[in-house]
Ligand binder design. Structure first.
Ligand SMILES: O=C(O)CCC(=O)C(=O)O
Ligand SMILES: [Fe+2]
Length: 306
């Protein structure tokens, strides 16, 4: 099997631009995932985000997680757990309105660096959307506009830690799912692995790589590209040793953005009704209930009878 796609973004500015764009297109078509290096977000800020995230976990999350496990008896289970994930998380919203100031247990320095990191990721997400437009033959700005709605995109960061788990074969860190939204940018632990994607029927590891950013595509990009690109199932497995940090930022359409296949990507009559048209907020309401189920029934639910 081909190896996991790693894209060196610096090469977009030189004579290897064409080959690099082709690698991005191949990754979007065949993996739904790729890993970025030399993406322009500095190592210093990533190191600070990592350090403060790990400090915060130790100070505020670890003990609480242990107490939850003790209370539920989760560490002594003997059959597979299908309704819980072995993760401890919090979610910061950046756009359309930041809620970071409401998180009182975050140190000021942590809050400040997360705001700065989010601003860099937002810019990177928009840059990537334009690279996708170019590969798809859509005009520059098409995807950003498609996500915009009346208030601009939803952008938020899920900060997770996956503590060591005594029963990795019985409990997932995060059960298999596709992401509902647009484009996802992940800063993952460079030592403790766990993220896997499903490719050709097999679970493939997303390799930890220091200072890289992992990108994956959500259900909305599958709809807008009329299935040219697909959201891909992924999961997190637990490890018996080491806590895995994962900082996943979701660049999603605005609540009232109308999502439908781009006309330029509908090749023929049959192709036309493969994907529905809906408001992003309605899709999210359905997704919340059906996240860990197949995406196809979610798309079907929004199709109007012919
Ligand atoms: O923690 C990870 O690596 C992935 C998280 C994820 O897939 C999600 O939150 O949707
Ligand atoms: Fe995900």
């Amino acid at each position: 099997m081909a190896s996991f796609p790693v894209i060196n973004m610096e090469k977009l500015h030189g004579e290897e631009r064409g080959a690099t764009m082709a690698m991005i297109n191949d990754a979007c078509e065949n993996w739904g995932f790729f890993e970025l290096v030399n993406h322009g977000i500095g190592r210093e800020i990533m190191d600070t985000v990592e350090k403060l995230t790990k400090d915060h976990y130790k100070k505020c999350m670890e003990q609480r997680f242990k107490e939850m496990v003790a209370k539920t008896g989760l560490e002594n289970v003997e059959s597979e757990i299908k309704d819980l994930d072995w993760e401890t998380t919090f979610f910061l919203r950046h756009l359309p309105l930041s809620n970071i100031s409401e998180f009182h247990d975050l140190e000021d320095e942590y809050r400040k660096v997360m705001k700065e990191f989010a601003a860099r990721l937002e810019k990177l997400a928009e840059e990537l959307l334009d690279l996708l437009c170019e590969n798809l033959g859509l005009e520059k700005g098409y995807l950003k506009k498609a996500f915009y709605g009346s208030k601009g995109p939803n952008f938020g960061t899920k900060v997770s830690n996956y503590p060591p788990c005594p029963k990795p074969d019985l409990i997932k860190g995060l059960r298999a799912h596709t992401d509902a939204g647009g484009i996802i940018l992940l800063f993952q632990d460079d030592k403790v692995s766990g993220l896997q994607l499903l490719k050709d029927g097999e679970w493939v590891d997303v390799p930890p790589m220091r200072h890289s950013i992992v990108i994956n595509l959500g259900d909305q990009l599958e709809v807008i590209t009329n299935g040219k690109y697909k959201s891909v199932l992924h999961r997190v497995i637990t490890q018996t040793d080491g806590t895995r940090m994962s900082i996943a930022s979701f660049y999603n359409p605005g609540n009232d953005a109308l999502i439908y296949p781009a006309h330029a990507l509908i090749d023929n009559e049959e192709d036309k009704n493969q994907y529905p048209k809906f408001m992003f907020e309605d899709y999210m309401n359905l997704y919340t209930r059906l996240k860990f189920e197949a995406k196809e029934p979610r798309f079907e639910a929004f199709k109007t009878p012919a």
